[in-house]
Design a protein around this ligand. Sequence first.
Ligand code: E4P
Length: 217
Amino acid sequence: MKLLIDSANIEDIKRLKEIFPVSGVTTNPSILAKERSAPEKILNDVYRELDSQDEFHIQVLSDTAEDMKKEADNLLQTFGRSLYIKVPVSKEGFRAIKWLSSEGINVTATAVFTVQQGILAAMAGASYIAPYINRIETYNGDGTEFVQKLSYWLEQSHFKAEILAASFKNTKQIEDALLSGAYTVTVPPPLVDKMSEHQGTDDGIKGFKNDYESAFN
Ligand code: E4P
């Protein structure tokens, strides 16, 4: 399993990487738009915080496969081959996924809402398929069923793609995705914190301290 941080906020990334077993960062244009610097600076700052084995997923913004390819080439020059180029699964996106994958570039097929889109992206050569769990649910879909079906198909097929479950709004969605066959998730910082917390843990820690101090101090 890999836990990625779905954010470009440098303070959150630094803090969470220190505490949790984080394996990289995913961004998209909306995530970059939340930060208060130029996108190039934000991406460079995030990159500096990553370890050499960490994954860095950056999304292209162009409309045509040709322009997506140009964006990807520029990103690769700056961020190296461990970069994952996130490509939304529009028709031009599928063209770009085929093209980039055939050149050995890591591609994350993103904005995936149906199992069929996921299968096509895996066949096109994507390394990761990113279903948007919460957004699937806002379109009355079932995120858990999506992950179960696509992970079953991936296990039966010879394609190398893995699921990178994304777009979470609560920790139950994350748990369900992980238990349904997604081994990699990208999680916004507040939910990474929430995944680790429980009142019972805090009460337990307080109780241990109190018991020890009343007995021995
Ligand atoms: C990550 O790869 C996705 O772009 C992201 O999780 C989308 O999340 P949202 O639905 O909260 O925008």
